[in-house]
Design a binder for this molecule. Structure first.
Ligand code: FES
Length: 110
């Protein structure tokens, strides 16, 4: 039975800040280029000034080879942005306008 609990955030994005050494067999989102993307994401979200849109830095989300990864709740949408322009598009289209950016969505494989 679904619970009727109010949501704290309209958008809550978790971005993977995990860093492993170059050449590590699992790779990591930071070595895959996450750093500048997450800096941009943080700045864009802060710039919105909307307390209902929040970002949390996380460790490994479990799908390292697919990185850099971010996952957005409550929708449960996984993104693999490649450029800061991708970040800008996700923030504007998804977070502000409510339209997920289909071309940047991935479905991690368990
Ligand atoms: S290092 Fe980012 S998902 Fe594992």
């Amino acid at each position: 039975m679904p619970l009727d609990i109010p949501q704290v955030f309209k958008v809550h994005v978790f971005a993977c800040f995990q860093q492993r050494p170059p050449g590590h067999p699992r790779g990591s989102c930071q070595t895959a280029g996450g750093g500048p993307l997450w800096d941009r994401l943080s700045a864009k979200i802060e710039g919105l000034g909307n307390p209902e849109i929040s970002m949390t830095a996380t460790g490994c989300l479990g799908f390292c080879r697919a990185g850099p990864l971010m996952v957005v709740y409550p929708a449960g949408i996984w993104y693999r942005p490649q450029t800061t322009d991708d970040i800008d598009e996700i923030v504007k289209s998804h977070f502000v306008e409510g339209n997920p950016v289909e071309r940047l969505i991935i479905v991690p494989q368990l």
